[in-house]
Unconditional design. Structure first.
Length: 400
């Protein structure tokens, strides 16, 4: 999502963020005007009364459902679960086609398990995929990714984490099934997404030997071919590569990488090398699209293939925001346009565009403060997304 696709510390990201100032009674928050006309009809899909934190959310192919990870509010007197659970929820639309809310979420993951990176099968109705340990992780101190300057922006790599699938009858699957691993490899496997045709699974795998050699966890990108059972290495350089997605036309993948080992993640795209038999052979070329002193992650293609949305600390680690960046791999990096999309205090990130391009869902700290908390919790938000307005701004050289 990621993604950022692992056990994302949305709460940790929240620990870096500023509290959202309260608006006068009856007044709209300042971000409503600041984000228009690109983002309009913005609404929260999850709330603090049900989830301590929620995020890394993805649309179903028909945009009727979302899959997400969240920590439920515990019973009185009990502590929140240390790991994320996986849920699906059916979206509510109004007569104008705007998202107005979400129905009661359905829990997918086993009790006590650690879960991350949900995804919908593009052709098998009611089938979902996510990363799961299936059982409580044995080592709660397992090494993981650590953000810049030892910040709380970090997450772990449980060795038990596997890519699993499950059928959900409420979404149209014939039978309910327990989460079952798609394949089994030693060590952490997650950050998974399907190709648009459903044949290939793109995911991140932590390489144990290289991790030991370079002194920090190192993940590489692989494709699993569900037709042949073959594992195809895609991006295997030193440095943590993760959060990968296919482009809508299946010509490219996007991802983020700690290639320099400084925890300042940068964005990359790579052109897929296709065999004559329709199988993926690897990548033809890799193109870096950001190069700065910031953390840039969770890239996601717009269905037009003209740009990607992503999360960045470009404005500071106290205020992660969603930006958009031009997708033109033949253009010099410093000539690509990039624009700020969200404009609210606190964390905004993990953006995802609906398959029809009309909506964006993301994780944000822009809601009301809960009693006893210093800052709003990380929750899932949805908005109507106007790509034409964004591109007009890009052509005009403007930004938020």
């Amino acid at each position: 999502m990621r993604s950022i696709a692992t056990i994302i510390a949305l709460g940790a990201a929240g620990g870096l963020a500023l509290a959202q100032p309260a608006s006068p009674a009856g007044a709209e928050p300042e971000w409503v005007e600041a984000e228009a006309p690109v983002l309009t009809r913005t609404v929260a899909l999850t709330s603090r009364d049900k989830f301590v934190k929620a995020g890394e959310q993805y649309f179903s192919p028909d945009a009727k459902w979302v899959i997400f990870q969240a920590t439920p509010v515990p019973e009185a007197g009990k502590n929140p679960d240390p790991h994320y659970s996986m849920y699906v929820g059916k979206l509510i639309y109004d007569a104008d086609g705007a998202i107005t809310g979400m129905e009661e979420p359905i829990l997918l993951s086993p009790p006590g398990s650690a879960n991350t990176c949900g995804w919908f099968h593009p052709t098998q109705k009611g089938v979902v995929m996510f990363g799961s340990t299936l059982v409580p992780p044995a080592d709660s101190t397992a090494p993981g990714y650590e953000g810049p300057n030892k910040s709380r922006y970090s997450w772990q790599f449980p060795a038990e984490m596997e890519v699993v699938t499950r059928a959900v009858p409420a979404m149209g699957a014939g039978d309910d099934t327990a989460p079952t691993p798609v394949f089994s490899r030693p060590g952490y496997d997650a950050e998974c997404s399907y190709s648009p045709d459903g044949r290939f699974i793109l995911y991140a795998h932590v390489e144990e030997e290289r991790s030991i050699r370079i002194g920090r966890p190192d993940a590489d990108l692989y494709v699993y071919d569900t037709k042949t059972g073959e594992q195809i290495p895609m991006v295997v350089q030193d440095g943590y590569d993760g959060g990968p997605f296919f482009s809508p036309d299946m010509s490219w993948i996007c991802y983020r990488s700690d290639r320099q080992g400084d925890s300042n993640l940068q964005l990359f795209v790579a052109e897929i090398d296709w065999g004559k038999d329709g199988a993926i052979k690897g990548v033809k070329r890799e193109v870096q699209i950001t190069d700065n002193g910031a953390v840039n992650w969770a890239p996601y293609f717009h269905p037009s293939n003209q740009f990607l949305v992503y999360t960045t600390s470009e404005l500071g680690h106290q205020n992660y925001e969603v930006f958009a960046i031009e997708f033109n791999p033949d253009k010099p990096l410093d000539k690509l346009w990039h624009l700020r999309v969200t404009n609210a205090e606190g964390f905004d990130g993990l953006p995802v565009i609906s398959p029809d391009g009309k909506h964006m869902i993301w994780c944000a700290q822009r809601g009301e403060l809960a009693e006893g908390e210093a800052r709003p919790s990380s929750q899932i938000w949805a908005t109507t997304f106007d790509a034409k307005a964004l591109l007009r701004r890009a052509r005009a050289g403007g930004s938020f």
